[in-house]
Design a protein around this ligand. Structure first.
Ligand SMILES: [Zn+2]
Length: 229
């Protein structure tokens, strides 16, 4: 009995030099085409969020400075530096940190905060110990947001546009540095396609009202150090 051996086209090609060359040429042509397509799309594809690095259509959410006696100075920034604040988003690529503090939003109002772009649902962390002073849904502005007083109740941290709060978060609760407060989202006036954390630190007035104070630019606390040398 003779058993027929079926040869695959590849096997036949290997035995047929001109067919083999044809296959090699086709493969090279296909490879070159996909390479060119990849290069072209890399040049043209600029994700909106990364390219802009900002959220320009989000009006300012900064609490108004309502305490005329309150002023912030470099010593406030130093106070915050000494606290060694935790960055509020773990795993954040610090090269993407952008100083949006002085940008104007919604006309002439200074933004007074950082916009930290991250995937929806990324945990938002308490930058230090303290207490939850206020859980607030600011419709059309900061959306689901949290006001966090530092232990001395001199400063307030503001986390806005959350997708949702951490389970069990409640006003008055004590926070430990690194506790999950909520999750990155786009509630309020954040562009739906650009989930981010709007993070602000501000100095409270003597009345210690959660929505009132003078913003402090925390960018310098976390800005990547320029390469030395
Ligand atoms: Zn913002």
């Amino acid at each position: 009995m003779v058993i027929g051996i079926r040869r695959t086209p590849q096997a036949r090609a290997l035995r047929n030099p001109s067919m083999f060359r044809g296959i090699v040429k086709t493969a090279i042509a296909l490879g070159l085409t996909s390479f060119l397509v990849a290069v072209t799309s890399a040049v043209h594809y600029r994700p909106r969020a990364e390219a802009a690095g900002t959220v320009a259509d989000e009006p300012a959410l900064v609490p108004e400075a309502t305490s005329p006696g309150v002023a912030v100075s470099n010593s406030d920034l130093e106070q915050l530096r000494v606290k060694n604040l935790l960055f509020p988003i773990s795993g954040f690529d610090m090269r993407r940190l952008h100083d949006a503090f002085d940008e104007l939003r919604g006309g002439s109002r200074r933004h007074g905060a950082l916009d930290l772009l991250a995937a929806r649902g990324t945990p938002v962390l308490a930058v230090e110990d303290g207490r939850v002073a206020r859980i607030h849904n600011s419709v059309g502005k900061g959306g689901l947001s949290v006001y966090h007083f530092d232990p001395t109740e001199t400063y307030c941290y503001y986390y806005a546009h959350l997708d949702r709060y951490a389970d069990g978060l409640r006003e008055g609760a004590q926070l430990k540095k690194g506790d999950v407060i909520g999750y990155v989202g786009s509630t309020g006036n954040a562009p739906p396609q650009t989930p981010h954390l709007h993070f602000a630190a501000f100095k409270l007035g003597p009345e210690k009202r959660w929505g009132h104070g003078v913003p402090i630019n925390t960018f310098a606390l976390w800005a990547p150090k320029p390469p030395s040398g």
